[in-house]
Design a protein around this ligand. Structure first.
Ligand code: SF4
Length: 90
């Protein structure tokens, strides 16, 4: 599981760790977790760290995104990288 304490000034260190791992069907819980990330100074690096995790290790709300949203970001980035490679090869 992604360590909540990875970043020294992470705002998620100030909340109950369970806050960052809401049930995916709990809209209020997800919103609360997202709010925790809004003003976090580590948001950008947190997102990249979360995106570097394997899907099996990825969990919770990170950088204001859910696991499903991160899955879409990974997929979009992979598609963009493929297009770029195709453009270079053409
Ligand atoms: S962006 Fe959110 S999950 Fe990431 S370190 Fe900050 S508060 Fe924690």
């Amino acid at each position: 599981m992604f360590p909540v304490t990875q970043f020294p000034r992470a705002l998620c260190r100030r909340v109950d760790p369970d806050t960052m791992f809401p049930n995916l069907k709990d809209a209020e819980g997800i919103a609360e977790a997202r709010e925790t990330c809004v003003f976090c100074p580590h948001r950008a690096e947190c997102l990249e760290a979360a995106l570097s995790l394997t899907p099996a290790r990825d969990a919770g709300v990170r950088a204001g995104t859910t696991k499903e949203e991160r899955r879409k970001i990974r997929r979009n980035r992979a598609a963009a990288a493929r297009k770029e490679q195709q453009a270079i090869a053409a």
